[in-house]
Design a protein around this ligand. Structure first.
Ligand code: PGA
Length: 249
C-alpha cells in the first residue's frame, strides 16, 4: 500500500553507545506523524536498536543482506538471521553497494527475490550517475535498473517493495535534485511500472527520494505528488535534523 515513509540510512556510522543515544533522543523528539519512520543502523547494532525502540513506533531495517539461505559466505548476513531478530525490512541496491562493492543488477535481483520470498519488505535503491544525467540518459538508466532487478517478479511481490530513487550525483554531495527533477523521475518510474505491470501496482508503490535531503529542502521535495517520502543519509544522524524532516512530511 502506498504510504509515506521517512527512512534513515546510517551507513557505517554510530557505535553501540552512539546508536543507543541517538535512538533515545529520536524517540523523545519524534513528532506525531502519519508517516512510517525507519532507521537502518549497522548490522552490529540492530539488536540494540530493536531493544531501544521496543515501545516506539520507529521501525528498524537492515542496510543489506545476502541472497543465500545460509552457508559458507564469510562476513555475510542472511534473511533468516534478520527475521530471527525481528528485522523484516532491508535496503537493497544502495548506490554505495553498487559502486564500492560491485553489486550488479543480477545480484540485486537475487537478493530482492530472497527477501521477498522470506516475507520481508525491500527498500530497493537505484538512480543514475552524473554522466548519465548530463548525457540525457537518466531515464534509460533508471528503466534498465528497474527492469533488470525487479521486472521478473510477480504482481504480488510489489506489495512488499518500496522504491528509493537516489540520483548518485546527489548522494552525500550536498547537491539535491530539484523538486521538479525528482517529480519528473518519480512520474517516469510509475509510468514504467504501469507499462510492465499495471496502473494500480504503479499507483500503490511508495517511491522515496534520496540524495542530500535536509530540513531546508524536505518540504518542497515531499510536496511533489509522486514523492512519497525520503531515504535520508547524513541528515538522519542528527535527531534534530531527522525529526525536522519527519515533520516536513
Ligand atoms: P545523503 O544519503 O542523504 O547523505 O545524501 C542518502 C543515501 O545515501 O541514502
Amino acid at each position: 500500500m502506498r504510504t509515506k515513509i521517512v527512512a534513515g540510512n546510517w551507513k557505517m556510522n554510530k557505535n553501540l553507545d552512539e546508536t543507543e543515544a541517538l535512538l533515545s533522543e529520536l524517540s523523545a523528539k519524534l513528532p506525531d506523524t502519519h508517516a512510517e519512520v525507519i532507521v537502518a543502523p549497522t548490522f552490529l547494532n540492530l539488536v540494540a536498536a530493536q531493544t531501544s525502540l521496543q515501545s516506539s513506533a520507529i521501525k528498524v531495517a537492515a542496510q543489506n543482506m545476502h541472497f543465500a539461505e545460509s552457508g559458507a559466505y564469510t562476513g555475510e548476513i542472511s534473511a533468516d538471521m534478520l527475521l530471527n531478530i525481528e528485522v523484516d525490512t532491508v535496503i537493497i541496491g544502495h548506490s554505495e553497494r553498487r559502486s564500492l562493492f560491485g553489486e550488479t543488477d543480477d545480484l540485486l535481483a537475487k537478493k530482492t527475490k530472497t527477501a521477498l520470498d522470506k516475507g520481508m519488505t525491500v527498500i530497493f535503491c537505484f538512480g543514475e550517475e552524473l554522466e548519465d544525467r548530463k548525457s540525457g540518459n537518466h531515464f534509460a538508466v533508471v528503466e534498465s535498473q528497474l527492469k533488470n532487478a525487479l521486472f521478473d517478479l510477480d504482481n504480488s511481490a510489489w506489495n512488499n517493495i518500496v522504491l528509493a530513487y537516489e540520483p548518485v550525483w546527489a548522494i552525500g554531495t550536498g547537491e539535491t535534485a530539484s523538486p521538479e527533477q525528482a517529480q519528473e523521475m518519480h512520474a517516469f518510474i510509475r509510468k514504467t511500472i504501469a507499462e510492465a505491470y499495471s496502473t494500480s501496482i504503479a499507483e500503490e508503490v511508495s517511491i522515496l527520494y534520496g540524495g542530500s535531503v535536509k530540513p531546508s529542502n524536505a518540504v518542497e521535495i515531499f510536496s511533489k505528488p509522486d514523492v512519497d517520502g525520503g531515504l535520508i543519509g547524513g541528515a538522519s544522524l542528527k535527531a534534530d535534523d531527522f525529526t525536522a524532516i519527519i515533520k516536513a512530511i
